[in-house]
Design a protein around this ligand. Structure first.
Ligand code: SF4
Length: 328
């Protein structure tokens, strides 16, 4: 089947993936494979910009790759690799940095936010982060990058980098990627307040056992106004219901929606249903994950193979780039 173009997306190695990662990225990664040539990168160099220790980098990379593959990323079709295994990205980053005004980088709201988060480690790499991100995308001549509306400025920055480079060297070596507008549902954590995240310990891991999953779900915050079992609830403000929308059949969902409002169902039963649905949804994932995890070497081989394929595309781009610059 002819695909509609090449998609690039990268994610930091955060280890075992959770529901937020699944609904916000992995599910989409899997689906896009049907229509696009996909390049999925574990961006370990990006992670270094804000890391104090690299002790868990290797394990986190492995665990993330394992979850991606178990979720349905097909390495025989898609290129799955580790950013640092393709050194050409560092080279392109350097060249792109020559056409990027420093003020532009320090004015970016994301840079200011990162400085606020890491005031004691405002390093050179952190400033150049968007340039490295641009290099990631354009190195593989990606046609599309899946981005939510709030990330559109990042992609615009990449497009500007491409225009600056092509203008400076009077060439067409790099192509401007298009935004593949994607809806990323905001998945709240079990606290029902903040975005689901590992650092906040409000997450539910995909690879958890059914018992662990049920335990986490049972601690989820529901409609704060519903204090007693006999109080009617409001599913519209309940995070349990938000997750039901993703994992529960339309019929059951409609039923919960009605019963909650007239106190016909209690939160305990409602959560039990959600836990059961999550566990049945992720049962095949967990089985595949356990099977893949039997052969860790195979996971590293998949990543090595991905890097070989990625380097091939990268080097072809770099030949054009070096020639356009006029490097001797
Ligand atoms: Fe939320 Fe379900 Fe309780 Fe309603 S019954 S408040 S939807 S957990």
């Amino acid at each position: 089947m002819t695909k509609k173009g090449r998609v690039f997306s990268g994610a930091r190695p955060t280890g075992r993936q959770h529901l937020g990662n699944y609904l916000g990225a992995i599910k989409n990664y899997v689906a896009m494979q049907d229509d696009y040539d996909c390049v999925y990168c574990i961006v370990d160099v990006h992670a270094l910009t804000t890391m104090d220790t690299t002790m868990e980098l290797r394990t986190n990379t492995y665990d993330m790759a394992l979850d991606w593959l178990a979720a349905g990323i097909r390495p025989e079709e898609s290129i799955v690799f580790i950013q640092s295994h393709v050194p050409q990205v560092m080279e392109l980053h350097t060249y792109l940095s020559m056409v990027t005004p420093l003020g532009k980088l320090t004015d970016l709201p994301t840079f200011k936010e990162k400085v606020r988060q890491n005031p004691n480690n405002v390093n050179y790499g952190l400033v150049g982060y968007p340039v490295l991100m641009a290099a990631d995308i354009v190195l593989y001549k990606a046609d599309y990058v899946p981005v939510g509306i709030d990330q559109a400025p990042h992609l615009e920055f990449t497009r500007e980098c491409v225009r600056s480079f092509n203008y400076r060297y009077n060439c067409k070596a790099l192509i401007e990627p298009q935004m593949k507008a994607t809806e990323f549902p905001k998945v709240l954590g079990i606290d029902g307040v903040q975005k689901m995240g590992k650092s906040l310990n409000n997450h539910i891991e995909l690879a958890s056992t059914p018992e662990e999953t049920a335990k986490r779900v049972m601690t989820m915050v529901t409609d704060p106004q519903r204090l007693r079992r006999t109080d009617p609830g409001n599913p519209d403000v309940c995070n349990v219901f938000s997750l039901h929308k993703m994992f529960t059949s339309a019929e059951d969902l409609a039923n919960i929606n009605v019963e909650c409002r007239r106190a016909g169902i209690g939160c305990v039963d409602c959560k039990k249903k959600l836990a059961a649905n999550l566990n049945s949804h992720f049962e095949p994932f967990r089985a595949r994950r356990a099977e893949l995890d039997q052969k860790p070497d195979h996971i590293w081989e998949i990543l090595d193979d991905g890097a070989i394929r990625a380097r091939k595309i990268a080097e072809a781009t770099m030949v054009e780039v070096r020639e356009a610059i006029g490097l001797p």
